[in-house]
Design a protein around this ligand. Structure first.
Ligand SMILES: [Zn+2]
Ligand SMILES: [Zn+2]
Ligand SMILES: [Zn+2]
Length: 147
């Protein structure tokens, strides 16, 4: 579990009632160091508590709408979910492995996004910036060199 985030507070601030199921979904995602797919969240919670698959999917949608979580695209595969940027979590790019589909959080400093420049050159309103880096992850590289 992330030592900084208070999941109950995060939900309340976003105007979402902190039910036990919602807190559980948030704790599973917040406690993992990489974003998770809906199926992974469902499987993790299901190991300890009976929960309906549809309930998990609905909670994920709700928390994305309220910007507690963010949906991370992963090159046409199942979307991954991670904590939306907040006081303790700076916005950061994600890496998606084109071989195994793993999605990894990159260091916030690894790529800088100049949002000020964007505002100068684009007249519309920007809600969210998503940066996805695609390539081959360390595990897949290792496997390749073993064969
Ligand atoms: Zn946190
Ligand atoms: Zn990989
Ligand atoms: Zn991330």
């Amino acid at each position: 579990m992330c030592a900084h985030c208070n999941y109950q507070n995060l939900l309340e601030k976003a105007g979402v009632e902190p039910t036990a199921n919602r807190l559980q979904v948030l704790a599973v995602i917040g406690g993992n160091d990489a974003p998770l797919t809906a199926a992974e969240v469902f499987a993790t919670i299901g190991r300890f508590h009976p929960i309906n698959r549809v309930t998990v999917y609905r909670i994920l949608d709700l928390l994305v709408r309220h910007r507690v979580l963010e949906r991370i695209s992963s090159g046409g595969r199942a979307a991954h979910f991670g904590l939306a940027p907040n006081k303790y979590h700076a916005p950061h790019p994600h890496f998606c492995c084109s071989r195994c589909g793993a999605v990894i959080c990159l260091n916030p400093d690894s790529l800088s996004i100049d949002a000020d420049n964007l505002h100068k050159t684009f007249a519309g309103e920007v809600d969210r910036i998503e940066v996805l880096v695609e390539g081959i992850c360390r595990n897949c590289l290792k496997q390749r060199s073993n064969h």
